[in-house]
Design a protein around this ligand. Sequence first.
Ligand code: G3H
Length: 494
Amino acid sequence: MPDEFFSPIFDNKTPSTYRYFDGEQWRESESRKTIPIISPVDNTIVAYTQVVTEKEIDAVLNHAVVSQSGWENTALNKRVSIMHLVADWIRHFQDYLTVLMTREIGKTHDEAKGEIVRTADLIDYYAQEVQSIRGETLDSDNFPGFEKGKIAMVEHVAHGVVLAIAPFNYPVNLSASKIAPALLMGNSVVLKPPTQGALSALHLVRIFEKAGVPKGVLSAVTGVGNDIGNYIVSHPNVSMVAFTGSSDTGLAIAGKAAMKPLLFECGGNNPAIVLPDADMHTTAREIVKGAFQYSGQRCTGIKYVLTMPNIRDQLLPLIKDAMTEMVKAGDPRSLETKLVGPVISEDAAIHIEEVVNEAILQGATLIVGGKRTKALMEPTILTGVKPTMRVIAKETFGPVMSFVDVASVDEAIQIINASEYGLQASVFTKDEGSGIVVAQQLNVGTVQINGSPQRGPDHFPFLGVKHSGVGVQGVRYSLEAMSRVKSVIINKPQ
Ligand code: G3H
């Protein structure tokens, strides 16, 4: 059944070659070039993806523009029904998609399944929430100096064509979190999936197609990010860019996108402050979860803990205990493996190992881990890390957690606010009032009191400041961001 459902998207060779979706048909590119997708699990080729040409991108975007107004004028209840059908199909294929995702990006079986089920729930929620998005009317005489006589009719209308650029770490969820709200608000969408993760994302696109998204309204183009990315981002037919990925790539895209509206989720590099009165057991468990979930490859991962040396010494044994219970690094296909599988590629693992070794050379102490076998990096803890060391000065996208010694909470706040990142931060304390006082001084999008950073629940606002993002996501916020306000003003004859 899955093979039949998904058959148009790849050929029947082993390994197969995937096609791109021009909005109407699954095609091979006339470039005749493909990219091998190498599994970080066993280093085998999972499949190949197409490298599309600029001419093909032009055709896809023209089709997206032409199809958009018909889609925006399609009854909302029809768009909502299509989304519910997408969610149903995703649930139906969850086991198949889990196996594929685990092999493609090395996410552990349970985490991959969690991503897929969460995606179905998210799409249902968008479809429900969109029905409460309404316009309004405003009267002129509310403003000083104006009489009655003007009425503004304010509506939410589509941007046009939304370019959705998704990352490797949530190839299904972070594609759907852009595609679904954009479509529900009447946009057409061109998806640029991650290079690694493209296979999972292309299956998602096929589900949208089968659920009834009309021709041209959703398409997916594959290729090397830098090559097609630059071309597509600055393309005049793209009206808005929704992107998740690293801060460096985000900055480059923002430069190219010029005055297009942006919705960006970029690097996190999230800190946690542990106050002396924190419940150390809960704190240790939250830190372990925050640091090692999906091998530390989450923009919401905890990357460093700021606390006084005596608190650090209390925490470390509890963290080690929690790691024994909660983490088991290994083959992500095995149900025994918990939280830590291989990172996305051997090159990524080599980089992580390098920055860990560099920190040690600069004076940090290795407490656990630090070794690498191919793409599998051991869960690693360092102490004595300084904010200038590369391991935390830049986001290290892997299972590495650093302790930074501070003499006071004020020093911790200063360090966090001096960072180029500002996604989330955690504050651990039994006194929620003190937690709020600290939270109010942190220049980040969200502060979690007594919990590790995370995006969910997905209807909460999710945003980064500084190099961590632009705009606000979260179900209602994303729907609003995927539309713009348009007003029509009726001037009554005097
Ligand atoms: O990596 C970025 C994701 O948006 C993080 O989502 O907090 O659910 O893992 P998560």
